[in-house]
Every structure is written in C-alpha cells, then in structure tokens.
Design a protein around this ligand. Sequence first.
Ligand SMILES: Nc1ncnc2c1ncn2[C@@H]1O[C@H](COP(=O)(O)OP(=O)(O)OP(=O)(O)O)[C@@H](O)[C@H]1O
Length: 580
Amino acid sequence: MDTSAAGSGAVAERGEEYLTLDALCEIAKLLTGASDPIACMPAVFGVLGAFMGLRHGALALLQEGAQAETVRNARHVNPYVIAATASGVPAAGAEARAIPAQVARHVFRNGVSLVSCDILEEFGAEALPPGLGDSRQALVAVPIRDQANSPFVLGVLCAYRSLKDNGARYLDTDLRVLNMVAAVLEQSIRFRRLVARDRDRIVQEAREAIRVAAEATAGPPVEAPAEALEGVIGSSPAIQRVIGQIRKVAGTHTPVLLRGESGTGKEVFARALHALSERRDKAFIKVNCAALSQSLLESELFGHEKGSFTGAVQQKKGRFEMAEGGTLFLDEIGEISLEFQAKLLRILQEGEFERVGGTRTLRVDVRLVTATNKDLERAVANGTFRADLYFRICVVPIVLPPLRDRKEDIGLLAQGLLERFNKRNGMKKKLHPSAVAALAQCNFPGNVRELENCIARVAALSPETVIHADDLACHHDHCLSADLWRLQTGTASPVGGLAQGPLELPVLGSRPPAAAPSAPPPPPAVPSAPLDGEAAEREALIEAMERAGWVQAKAARLRGMTPRQIGYALKKYNIRVEKF
Ligand SMILES: Nc1ncnc2c1ncn2[C@@H]1O[C@H](COP(=O)(O)OP(=O)(O)OP(=O)(O)O)[C@@H](O)[C@H]1O
C-alpha cells in the first residue's frame, strides 16, 4: 500500500476543506458586514473563484412584488433579473444569460437545487454563459428562499465548475457551500427588504402628515379671524390658520416641529407658542443647532462639569437645564449629526441626561419645539436622520407658508416692521401707499426676513419722512432679491432685474448710516462695467449676509463656507456686521 500517496491525498483533502472553510468565513464577513448584500455579490463570487475554483457565479432575483403571482400559478415563473454576476456588470445583454433560463425556471418553480454534471450535454450550448467557450462545465444552482423551509423562492444562486482534472468530484462540496451562502443571503435580503419597506412606510406616513398639515394651512378661510399672537403680524387666511394651530397645541406639552422656508417666522411662532402656553412664566431658550460644532452643541445643551475639557474652568448648566419648566427651541434641527441625534433621542425618550464629563443623571421638564427648512423625510429615507428621532420631534408638524403665497400680508407686515424700526431708531418714517403697492408685487424669496431688511434699508436711506415707491431699491434695478428670484425660477421678476454694473447696496459700512437720513445719497449712476472678481465676491458675501438676516453661520452655509472662513472674508472685504 502506498501510504505516502494516501497521506498526501489526505493532506490535499484537508487543504481543500480548509480552503472551503476559509471561503465560507470570507463570504460570511462580506455578507454580514455589508449594508447592501447584493452589491457585495461580485466580491462573494470572487472568493468562490479564488478559494474553490467556481467560475461565472451569478445571482437571479425575482422582481419585488412578484411572489404572490408565483404562488398562485406554480407553472408560471415571474420575471426575474440577474442582480449580480462575478464581473459585477449590471445585468444587460449577454449578462442576462448569466444563468441558463431553463435552470433558473427549474429552481424558481420547484424550489430545489439543481446540479448539472455536464451543462453542454444536458442543456445545449446556449446554456453556457459567454466567455466559457466550449470547455465542459458542470453547474450548481440553489434556491434562495423567502424564509427557511418556505416554498417561496426569492432567487437563484449559481456557479460553474470546469470538468477538467476530475472537477466533478467537488460538486457535492460546491452544492453544500452554495446552499450555505444562499442561507446567509436569504437573511440579508429579507432584512434589507424589511428595512426598505419600513423606510418607505415611514416616508409615506411622514409625507401624509405634512400634506395634512399643509392642507390645513392652505384650506378654506377660517370663519373668524384668530386673535393676534404676540409678535406675529399677518391677517391672511394662511397665517390665521397657522395661528389657530399654534393656539390649539399651546395648551399641550406635545413636541411641535415648525417647518417652512428660511425667514417665514419659525422662531416668531415658537416664541408665540411659548407665550401662549402655561410655561410662559418660565424660560424660552433658543439654540441654533447649525451654528455650533457637535462638541460645542453637546456642552451647550447638556452643560459640562468643571475640568471636563480644556477651557471648562467651571461647571456650566446646559440649555436643557436652563429651560426647566419652560420651552427649548431647537432651530435647524435637520443639521445635527447622527451621533448627536442618538444623544438627543435619549433625553427625549427618557427625560434624562448627564452633563459633559459628569456622572450624575439629571432630569428636566422641558417642552421641545424644533424647526427646520430641510426635507426631513428625505433625510430619514437616505439614512442621514434617525427615524425614531423624527417621530419624537414631529408629533405636530406646523407648516409656515412662504410670503409669496400670502402676499396680502405684505402691507400689514411692512407697516408693522417699519414701526419696529422707528421704535428702535427713534424715527417716525411712514410708508406711502405707492411703496406698499410696489412691495406687494415682490416675491421675497427670503420671506419676512427679507421684507424686514428691505424696510430697514429704505427707512434708513430715504430722504423724506414718507417713503415712496421710488425710494425702493427695486425701482432702480438695485434689488438683489429680484435677481435671486429670477435665477431661482428662471422668470423675469415683476419688479425688475439685477443692475448691469456694480451694485450700490445700502449695507452698513459701505453706505452712510441711518443716523443721517436728512442727506442720503441719491441713487448713483450705474456704470455698465462688469464686476471684477473681488467686487463680485464682496457683493456675493453681502447678498448672502442679507439673505441670512446678518447671521454669519447661516450666511456661511449659503456660501458653502465655514463660519471661520466667512468671518475672515467679512474682515477682508471690510464688511461691518450690524443689524439695522
Ligand atoms: N409673522 C411675522 N410677524 C412679524 N415678524 C415676522 C413674522 N414672520 C417673521 N418675522 C420677522 O422676520 C424675521 C425672520 O423670522 P424668523 O427668524 O422667525 O424666521 P425663521 O423661519 O426662523 O428663519 P430661519 O429658518 O432662517 O431661522 C425676524 O426678524 C422676525 O421678527
């Protein structure tokens, strides 16, 4: 007896066993670690090839929703697609033949594996995928079921083995390995479909909630005009409806999510909500989540203990503690990182938190009001906003309409904002009806904030006590807002376009201040030379600052800059940051 030969055979077999195990380990790592198991199938086929010599692997999947049909008519196989191949090429053309149709149909229909010891002989040359030539091949195809022991077949996994060098002796192992891979795939695919379905449902429910809230805002007029709210100007049916919603929720402790474009008054309504609630005698605390880095936001909201980080020279209470018994308004909630979302979720779920660097668990009674102008449903769908946090904060969504959809408010707002300006600056400016009529034509892409800036600018610069239409920048083609609107919508603005030459903007630091209204400069003649790079950059900065209500962090985001960069740029161009 040739023991040495028997011994080397055993070693060879042991070697093959190890390779098989290695292959399974690698495949399990790939499939369990991937968020998209289908996307990593080319790598799985690569492992099957490298470790076990299996070639031309392919995965066919039933099209979603096709299952019920399959069950009803077992003779019929619903359309399936080649979802992945060893080459990773999307299923098209020749790739569509990656699994012989007869084989796929057999496995889908019968739910059992198929091993063909000679594919050419059994199914003919057309069953060979392109690239295998005339070499003799065996094929192993296994079902991927909906659940273990389920008759429903979701997909078919197959691979070819060359019959050269007595390749047929590996077919048993190949079948076992492919069945194991199919079992792991089953789990991953099922989980992925469940998550996708859940996500779709969440997004659909959220969209429905928003639609209902928006309809409530845009529906028929309310019968009696609601009583005015503190700080809120507006009598349009749309704003009256929002006021009605605020009044209703003010008596509860329910979290409210205020939604609407920038400058529509989300903070104004958050404050009004607090003023109407029984918490009115306690604090209203506001935090702009977009203006702070994650670590600053954490210490700002939760507070910190002395020495918890460099610069923490003493213990500091966080905004949650400061808002005890009152209202915490988290503006721009859509901007917080996933990591911070998890921290926020804990306090919302359990009402508990620890200060940064602290061990003592603190509890607070705070009413949460949040605001965003972001499409949070999309953020949930693409995984950048946690669905569980979304449902915590979006209990009552209130949608604030853009000013262009309630132009009837412009007159009242313009008057009210001018009064505010007069009070702050000790002036007695008035609006002539011609000015009100001109303002009422504007689309105000920056909403009430932009109207407020427009009023402050004209009030500061107009020569007379009475402001006429002719005093408005738009009447001299100096209105950036008009151009912004034109760029956003691709239409000509009803109040004129951007001037051809350098724009004379009434920005503090670049024009005489409001303290000298008696001698304002007349609108300058506009030369037609184009802006040079620096001038254009300066104008763009000023425009961004104006749109952002002179909040640097917001302007930075509009310009795609960091707050530090915008601070530097403002300094560089000598733009003084002041509010009117
Ligand atoms: N209905 C209103 N009545 C009076 N003033 C308003 C009204 N709506 C907005 N404003 C004024 O417009 C400016 C912008 O409002 P606010 O900051 O509340 O908007 P916002 O939607 O929170 O903006 P952002 O999303 O950019 O934070 C503020 O100065 C505010 O006083």
